[in-house]
Design a protein around this ligand. Structure first.
Ligand SMILES: [Ca+2]
Ligand SMILES: [Ca+2]
Ligand SMILES: [Ca+2]
Ligand SMILES: [Ca+2]
Length: 211
């Protein structure tokens, strides 16, 4: 079975968007067009599709997670023109309009999701073009708390999140163009003390630069 996708896509994200046990595919439009989710008919057919996001999107990457805990998968995307945004999944298998995440004017280029502070809510990590990466901590559906970390050198091309030094705290590896690739180690066990909003110096002490 071949899927005909005729637009420029940088990434394809597999997830079971309609909760029928078969993995579907989210294909963002990168060059100013409509993005779609292709629904798996459970036999490898993907004839049916659902639009998501605006009709003129420039989405480099999308991630799927249930960010508000309503048992419906949501999408978090990075649009090069309009920034990171969340599209809330609805019971009728449509998506809300894009809700802007944060206020950074920088161009987003990489995204990852992980529960960095282990509060059972998925957080969003966004890397930018020549601007500091930002963790948007999920403190509830209307309360994503942006916390920048690291430096603003180079262009963020990708993240890997894992507990690399096995201390029980998630660490962030960041691939960059025009600057060194870099590791940030989670460095404090107490979320309340280390992840208050707006305290960048505190955050820097949270993620220990490997260089
Ligand atoms: Ca499915
Ligand atoms: Ca949801
Ligand atoms: Ca979290
Ligand atoms: Ca660690």
């Amino acid at each position: 079975m071949k899927i005909s996708i005729w637009w420029c896509a940088m990434t394809i994200t597999p997830a079971d968007f309609n909760n029928d046990g078969a993995l579907d595919l989210a294909v963002p439009h990168r060059d100013g067009g409509q993005s779609y989710i292709y629904l798996n008919d459970a036999q490898g057919g993907f004839e049916e599709r659902r639009p998501f996001g605006p009709p003129d999107a420039e989405i480099r990457s999308a991630k799927a997670a249930d960010l508000d805990g309503d048992q419906l998968l949501d999408l978090v995307v990075i649009d090069e023109r309009t920034g990171p945004a969340i599209l809330w999944g609805r019971a009728d298998e449509t998506y809300s309009p894009a809700e802007r995440l944060g206020a950074s004017q920088a161009t987003p280029y990489a995204i990852a999701i992980a529960d960095l502070d282990q509060n059972d809510r998925t957080d969003v990590i966004v890397g930018y073009v020549e601007s500091r990466p930002i963790v948007y901590f999920n403190d509830g559906p209307e309360a994503f708390t942006p916390v920048p970390f690291g430096d603003g050198e180079g262009v963020a091309y990708g993240f890997a999140v894992a507990d690399l030094d096995e201390d029980g705290l998630l660490d962030i590896a960041m691939a960059r163009s025009g600057a060194n690739n870099i590791l940030y180690f989670g460095a404090s066990p107490n979320r309340d003390q280390r992840w208050r909003p707006g305290e960048q110096d505190e955050w820097n002490s949270v993620f220990r630069d490997s260089s």
